[in-house]
Design a protein around this ligand. Sequence first.
Ligand code: SF4
Ligand code: SF4
Length: 216
Amino acid sequence: MAKDLSKTQWHGIPRMEIEWFPKIVEEKCIGCQLCYVSCGREVFEYEDATRKALVERPYNCLVGCTTCATICPTAAIEFPPKEFVQKLEKEYKILKVVRQIAKEKKTKKEYEEARAKAESILNSVMTNIEIEATGHFGERRIIPKIYEAIKNDPCDVLYLNIETPGLKSCWKEKAPSYCRFRLVSTEYGDVTPYLQKIKTIFKENGVVLVSENRIS
Ligand code: SF4
Ligand code: SF4
């Protein structure tokens, strides 16, 4: 369905009160359809029977625009003179409204920029990371050491999972265990410094970091 822009306003003036739209000089129109396909506001229709363009939705036309007249190959499209718009601007004192709209536009732009900046900061913050590591978790008491290191930090270790080839083989034969957990911020902050503490514990205790996957 074609859009209807006739109920909109042009800088505070109801669009229906402004007699700005194209008129087609029928004898000059060769039915090339350039205006019909070019106008993004769906002002025109094309009539197969007469092979002419029609101004079907005049109040959809953007006040001040004359693009279709410029591109019409036979100069079949006419508009009121530009003084018509200038007179309108004076009569309705639209510059005051325009200033207000410009202010709102600027505020919106600033808001959007601030939001984009905040999103980019948030995206660069790592709040939830999954760690996989292998080493002597039981014998070297890795988990209690991690707890001690981060117990006062705004983060926690979740979904802790340790797999051993067997308790006895871990202790007797020094077989490594596999461990997986998530380091999660409890304040939606960056967990990088706490992750660093854990990595230091790994390093000091011969634990090999298999992978670290950022979750968010
Ligand atoms: S661009 Fe001009 S000639 Fe072509 S259909 Fe439109 S009015 Fe007619
Ligand atoms: S002047 Fe612009 S908006 Fe109006 S009918 Fe022509 S192309 Fe469409």
